[in-house]
Design a protein around this ligand. Structure first.
Ligand code: MG
Length: 256
């Protein structure tokens, strides 16, 4: 099942679901009890919003060996985690803004886990019951600032640096799905989630031993090799087999 948030005209944002190219509203909460109303709105007549408003976004660094080595880094012995602020989230079709502080902003195509229920000290073998579904994320990174700062908050935290969506797929097998990132139709990244160093159950166990996971929180599971700079006018599209495609235009911010 595909779950999304959407808006029609100036009406309030709603939760919904998709059947073929039609969208229907959902009553209740996607994190507890809900029921689906008839899908009768055309997908092209609504604006797709970010599928969740997370309380936090936990990201995994160097979870694909080939990406770690393209930066001359080793794969860590335990998961390397960092946070992106909720204010960095944008949805499908929204614009990634290149800030004037950086000369090297790069895409990072990633599979994102959407947490479905609150949990702490989750065992790997029970991790699946804490997952609502999966979406696509782009862990946009100011690479020059990341190299300059010991902490990555600035490099990873600018507004618009966390495109997610377009929806949550609840029926998805994350163990061997192809992730592809295109910039203006050129393939830049392509790898299977099979190449992750730490599995999703291992990541959920590790993160929840540090902090409570809340419904709607996102775990960005790391990016494969092939990250590359973005420039004004580019169009980034990330496709994950079994979920769909997340597409965002890129624009340079100008200070007046
Ligand atoms: Mg990343």
């Amino acid at each position: 099942m595909k779950l999304l948030r959407y808006q029609k005209g100036n009406l309030p944002a709603r939760q919904g679901w998709i059947l073929n190219n039609k969208v229907g509203p959902i009553e209740g909460s996607i994190f507890s009890e809900f029921h689906r109303l008839e899908a009768e709105e055309d997908l092209q007549d609504i604006k797709i919003l970010p599928p969740v408003l997370p309380s936090k976004i936990i990201c995994i660094g160097r979870n694909y060996a080939a990406h770690a080595s393209e930066h001359g880094a080793e794969v860590p012995e335990v998961p390397l985690i960092f946070l992106k602020p909720p204010s960095s989230v944008i949805g499908n079709g929204d614009t990634i803004i290149l800030p004037p502080q950086s000369q090297q902003v790069e895409h990072e195509a990633e599979l994102a886990v959407v947490i479905g229920k609150k949990g702490r000290w989750i065992f790997p073998d029970e991790a699946e019951s804490y997952i609502l579904g999966y979406t696509i994320a782009n862990d946009i990174t100011a690479r020059d600032l990341q190299r300059r700062d010991n902490q990555w908050t600035r490099a990873k935290g600018f507004d618009t640096f966390c495109p997610i969506g377009p929806w949550i797929e609840t029926d998805f097998n994350p163990t061997d799905a192809l992730i592809t990132c295109y910039v203006n139709n050129d393939v830049r990244q392509m790898a299977s989630t099979h190449d992750m160093v730490f599995s999703i159950p291992q990541l959920i166990a590790f993160i929840s031993s540090v902090m409570t996971l809340e419904p709607g929180d996102l775990i960005l599971t790391g990016t494969p090799a092939g990250v590359s700079p973005l420039k004004d006018g580019d169009l980034v599209r990330i496709t994950i087999e079994g979920i769909g495609s997340l597409e965002n235009p890129v624009k340079q911010e100008r200070i007046h």
